[in-house]
Design a protein around this ligand. Sequence first.
Ligand code: GDP
Length: 528
Amino acid sequence: MSQAIHEIKRRRTFAIISHPDAGKTTLTEKLLLYGGAVRLAGAVKSRKSKQYAVSDWMELERQRGISVTSSVLQFDYQGHKINILDTPGHQDFSEDTYRTLMAADSAVMLIDAAKGVEEQTKKLFHVCRKRGIPIFTFINKMDRHGKEPLDLLDEIEKVLSIKSYPMNWPIGRGREFKGIYDRATSKIELFTGTGHGATIVPTRVGDLSDPAITGAMNESVYNLLKEDLELLDLAGDNFDLDLIAKGELTPVYFGSALTNFGVGAFLDSFIELAPAPHEKPSTAGIIRPEQEEFSGFIFKIQANMDPAHRDRIAFLRICSGVFHRGMTVKHVPTGKNIRLSQSKQFMAQDATIIEEAYPGDIIGIFDPGIFRIGDTLTEKSNFAYEAIPKFQPEIFARVHLKDAMKRKQFVKGIEELTDEGAIQRFRHPDIGLEAPIIGAVGILQFEVLEYRLKHEYGVDISLEHLPFSLARWATGNNLTPQMLKTGDNLVVKDDDGNLVVLFRNQWSLNWEMDRNKQVTYLEHPPTQ
Ligand code: GDP
């Protein structure tokens, strides 16, 4: 078991949270570069160009220049095993990101120095905060003109209500961004490279008494650094590892993912401070990663990852024990035993068969068609990890099949995409599955639905958009659809037969709640 403990301790599993365009793709690629996983970062072209990017696999993503799906990237860095849970950048897929955050032990919050704390970052931050996971902040694009670092810290504290502790401080701004000052060691790292970003940037390390270091700064840069540091020492929060672990204080790092400045310093500090996989609550109490019995939970399901094979991959976060290829595990919700013979790990676009994996790792396992998001797998026990919350759909459409001959593929496609969690399916009590009503959080999800049904299932559909924005599960005694129906709502059922009412807006929900006090409207299915 000591081998397993060693493996657990060296793992760091995290996700990057940010607003689109803050530089997540760029930073991910640079972390891979520093991890030696990609020789030349330049070789991994931005997905906004015509080339493939690391985490893209759908044609649609390349067309639209957005990352729709998440994958997991693993690399070694200074004796540590890093797992980056890649998350979709587009806000229409934020619930996919929420689920992925359930599998992360910490988060890196990436902020564009010119834009500060943006909307999407705020939402994702709150999900992390609720889970109490440590949040590390990387302030990006310091090579460009942006807000003053002190103002950015202030903004983080005010907008997000979290304390911050700058681990380092930028020397110069914009084009004059020359290096960083490390507050723990008082050492200065000057970037001596050109900053094209294709290779690890060369640096020179010294302190403020080193003339070679101070000589490289002009007087105003030097004075500004001194002033800022004095202010921080006087007025800033103290470094406190306990508060970091609880997610109440965020360590802040400055840099530029584009030029690589500050990326190495961030990674070195992150592997020291970020938590290794730790215990998790379950229905049978706390489960420790080092316990012998293998266990984990599914946080994501993806159909047709490989267009050559009609397969479904479930992504499993290992929480305890050791995974060995070919082992038999128990699918707790059904009690079925499943042999995991072909589990894969995904590195960039290649999937490799893995022999062994440890807590903190994510493995992709073939789904025989029984897995749902949130399911627990164990060796023999019957416990379950915490449920993964379902997203709230905000837009709705009725889906019509164009060619009735394709009905079978249509039902299968909708069912698989529902299991993936990409959409939520409802049915009209009288119509059934012929023309299901689909709920999603963003309009782009409908585009993906249309695209995937066509390309993966050969089915053409048309969408009839519906004027609703809220779905509520209705509970009460002997409810019937007739009792819930009003002039401007729609009563449907979910896959488990629960009654769901679609409302136009909050106002009509409130009106209905006032009118009919026998009914309780829930945001989630009654069993969740
Ligand atoms: P994502 O949407 O968060 O994945 O953002 P990308 O990584 O695709 O970056 C968005 C844009 O910002 C691209 O044009 C990048 O080249 C640019 N970018 C990313 N990091 C930096 C940086 O540190 N400095 C500058 N100047 N541009 C950056």
